[in-house]
Design a protein around this ligand. Structure first.
Ligand code: SF4
Length: 309
């Protein structure tokens, strides 16, 4: 299984490591050198072994490169990011969201593979699974594995309620994501369940978060603040900080006129009375969002990317 991915990234070339935030930029000639080394099954260049040790503390084998380094080819489109709503439905029914009204539905597995191949062939390196709730999809694990094996840096945007599900947790532990981003809707069962309108949601999410923390998954919590939980912001922050060093506030409403669906990136802004705004997307469309900006690499991944010359 690959330890490092070497990939074009718009006008740059980078080396990144699944499950880690650091990375490095490579000049094209170094990218080509690694690509040819891996393709020939030759020993890795000494400079590459040294650099991976410096950035990630890795001790790469100086033997065959093909076991440890996955090289993504240059592509005509040279895209950078994609987000995929693998399933339209959600197991919560948040007050400010409309996603829960959609059916639990996604593509058949064969079509999922075709979509992932298409994403890979456009050069996408940073790939997000979202929904609805992505982990409820019956093909989530297989799809996640496929994206990982294709050499994508995977992020899962989730409500966290199924992170303790054995096969899901095992997969995320064995094939580490770049990031698992969980939306947090309160710091008490009463508040959490009032917002998510789902009995047992708080207990399930806490169980999922604790399992993810214990497994060492790279967790980031988004605090979703609305009229239901504004009085608990300090407690939410304390709860988040007790689980991860990475907490951020999501720009959901403190004023209560405009709120957005929280962890799905195909956002469907709505008012609290259910009126839709002009930015709406059709509620019955699972979508893939493409972004070409390589400049987002460092900003979004927090990657420190020392340059190799
Ligand atoms: S906000 Fe997120 S968790 Fe809540 S219903 Fe919408 S998609 Fe589901």
């Amino acid at each position: 299984m690959h330890q490092v991915i070497v990939s074009p990234q718009h006008k740059k070339y980078v080396a990144v490591r699944p499950g880690s935030r650091g990375g490095m930029q490579l000049p094209r000639e170094k990218y080509v050198e690694v690509r040819e080394t891996v393709s020939a099954g030759s020993p890795l260049p000494a400079w590459f072994i040294d650099a991976t040790k410096k950035v990630w503390g890795l001790r790469l084998d100086s033997g065959s490169a093909s076991n440890t380094v996955l090289v993504r080819p240059e592509t005509a489109l040279n895209y950078s990011r994609a987000t995929w709503e693998i399933n339209k439905g959600c197991n919560f029914a948040c007050d400010m969201c409309v996603v829960w009204q959609r059916p639990f539905a996604g593509l058949p597995m064969g079509e999922k593979i075709r979509l992932l191949e298409m994403v890979r062939d456009t050069g996408v390196l940073w790939f997000q699974f979202t929904g609805g709730e992505p982990t409820i999809d019956p093909d989530f694990i297989e799809s996640y594995r496929t994206a990982y094996d294709m050499g994508m840096m995977v992020e899962v945007l989730t409500n966290g309620s199924r992170l303790d599900h054995g096969p899901t947790l095992e997969t995320l532990t064995d094939l580490p994501p770049h990031k698992v981003t969980v939306s947090l809707y309160g710091a008490s069962a009463e508040t959490f369940e009032a917002l998510t309108r789902t009995r047992g949601a708080y207990r399930r999410v806490l169980r999922g978060l604790r399992a993810a923390t214990a497994a060492g998954l790279p967790l980031e919590l988004s605090l979703i603040v609305t009229e239901h939980n504004a009085h608990e912001v300090d407690s939410m922050r304390a709860l988040a900080d007790s689980l991860t060093s990475r907490t951020r506030y999501s720009p959901i409403c403190l004023r209560l006129t405009t709120v957005t669906e929280a962890h799905s990136t195909s956002r469907q802004p709505s008012t609290s009375t259910g009126k839709r705004c002009s930015a709406d997307v059709p509620p019955d469309t699972a979508s893939t969002t493409w972004t070409r900006s390589a400049a987002q690499l460092c900003a979004r991944s927090d990657a420190r990317t020392p340059s190799i010359s």
